[in-house]
Design a protein around this ligand. Structure first.
Ligand code: SAM
Length: 273
């Protein structure tokens, strides 16, 4: 059965909304069609109807399509000022509060895409530790999660091209990365305590008691109902007094907003009351 381009995009958007809570109604139809056509070709399907059938029954194809729609776009220090402020207003006091307690500092990058955000947090942590002249051995852990297995595989490998290294200040390149041929590889100091796992933010979090969560540029694609659900999941996963940083263009709305106090409005750093 043939379907029109309009019917096709409506069905694809409905599927992404219902299966992943992702709201692409703000995307231009021509951009979506161009991206989806690329997937139709790569998946070996030749028309809208057969591709739609494939998409609706395949979790993997849904992930691939989201990847093609550039929803995994990320970079090191995406918004450098925000990470500098996060280091100063969240990581530093957290590290200081652990002095002498022997406690473990637990951070979560929720929706970490290909991992640059996780390693950015690891650099912020290493820098603050050395500023405080604390042993790098202090127990810290950073969890990176995403819904896309392909993005996570890349994150785990920690191998990036020059283009994927964009955003990283030069001073950190020599200190934390190995350079072989045209590849940059995350060094062992940054990998320590880092782990990745596949998680859907719409589900109850797999781990709790985080000292801080970074969830940036993820909720922009969510419907209002999904936004509230994810915010509540993040809230539940934080310790009391734990920090949450969302993207600079993102705002907590509705009931979840009252559960946090603002630490830095411009950089969207909040704290669980
Ligand atoms: C634009 S990237 C943001 C990456 C990074 N946080 C940053 O700011 O650079 C959004 C990521 O959210 C992930 N994502 C989308 N919906 C998700 C969900 N329901 N659960 C977990 N991750 C999700 C996507 O796979 C993608 O990797």
């Amino acid at each position: 059965m043939e379907i029109s381009e309009d019917q096709f995009t409506t069905q694809v958007m409905k599927h992404l909304f219902e299966s992943r809570g992702i709201d692409l109604s703000g995307y231009s139809q021509s951009f979506m069609i161009r991206s989806i056509r690329r997937r139709i070709g790569r998946s070996g399907r030749s028309d809208y109807a057969t591709y739609l059938h494939h998409l609706l029954s395949s979790d993997e194809e849904t992930n691939e399509l989201l990847g093609t729609l550039s929803i995994n776009v990320t970079e090191f220090f995406r918004d450098r000022g925000a990470f500098e402020t996060f280091s100063r207003t969240a990581i530093k006091p957290l590290l200081e509060s652990k002095t002498g307690s022997g406690g473990l500092l637990r951070l979560w990058s929720a929706g970490c895409a290909t991992g640059q955000e996780v390693y950015t947090i690891a650099i912020c942590l290493a820098q603050e530790l050395s500023r405080l002249q604390r042993e790098q051995r202090m127990l810290t852990s950073i969890l990176g999660t995403d819904i896309s297995s392909a993005a996570l595989a890349k994150a785990k490998s920690g191998v990036y091209t020059k283009e994927e290294m964009r955003g990283l200040p030069d001073k950190f390149l020599a200190e934390y990365f190995d350079h072989t041929g045209d590849k940059y590889v995350v060094g062992s100091q940054l990998r320590k305590g880092v782990r990745f796992s596949r998680e859907n933010l719409l589900d109850k979090p797999g781990s709790k008691f985080f000292d801080a969560i970074v969830c940036r540029n993820v909720m922009i694609y969510f419907s209002r109902a999904m936004h509230d659900k994810v915010t509540m999941n993040l809230y539940d996963a934080l310790k009391t007094g734990g920090y949450l940083m969302v993207g600079r263009t993102e705002t907590l709305m509705g009931p979840p907003r009252a559960l946090f106090e603002v630490v830095d409005l411009e950089n969207r750093i909040l704290r669980k009351k």
